[in-house]
Write a protein of this length. Structure first.
Length: 146
C-alpha cells in the first residue's frame, strides 16, 4: 500500500455534488479494509474540508496520499482565503451565508472537527490567496490506525 495517490476535484458552490469526493475516499479506504475508526476519522475530515471549499472557496481539489505509515488528506482551493485562521478554528465561528445556513450548513464546526479527528493539521491561507489544509493520520500497515 505504498505511494497510492488519488485526486478529486471540487467545484465551488456545487451543492448538488458536494460530499462526493469524501464519499469516494471513504469507499476506497473501506475496500482496502483499513481500520473502521481510521476510515471514519478520515471521512469526517474529508467531508468538512470539501464542504468548506464548496461553501467558501473557489474551485479546489482533495488529494489522498496513502503510505505505509501515513495517510494524508490535502484540500486546496483558489478561493478568497482565511483572514484569521485562529478565529476560524474556534468552535461556532462561521462565515456562512444566510442561504447556506438555510441549507443546514454553517455551524462553525468544520475546522474544529478537522483538527479533532486528524492526528496533525496544517492550514496555510491568507486573504486573496486561497487555502491549503493538510491533515495527517498516522497508522501502521496491517494495524488498526491511531
Amino acid at each position: 500500500m505504498s505511494g497510492l495517490r488519488k485526486r478529486f476535484f471540487i467545484k465551488a458552490r456545487d451543492f448538488v455534488h458536494a460530499g462526493e469526493a469524501s464519499m469516494r475516499v471513504q469507499q476506497l479506504l473501506k475496500t482496502m479494509r483499513l481500520d473502521p475508526q481510521l476510515v471514519r476519522r478520515v471521512a469526517v475530515c474529508s467531508y468538512e474540508g470539501e464542504m468548506n471549499v464548496v461553501m467558501h472557496g473557489g474551485d479546489g481539489a482533495l488529494d489522498m496520499i496513502l503510505n505505509p505509515d501515513l495517510l494524508r488528506i490535502e484540500i486546496s482551493d483558489d478561493g478568497p482565503g482565511i483572514a484569521d485562521i485562529e478565529l476560524a478554528m474556534q468552535p461556532g465561528y462561521s462565515t456562512a451565508s444566510d442561504e447556506q445556513r438555510e441549507m443546514g450548513f454553517g455551524a462553525g464546526m468544520g475546522l474544529p472537527n478537522m483538527k479533532k479527528n486528524s492526528d496533525e493539521i496544517v492550514i496555510e491561507s491568507r486573504p486573496g490567496s486561497g487555502t491549503r489544509v493538510q491533515m495527517s493520520f498516522f497508522w501502521k500497515a496491517g494495524g488498526t490506525g491511531a
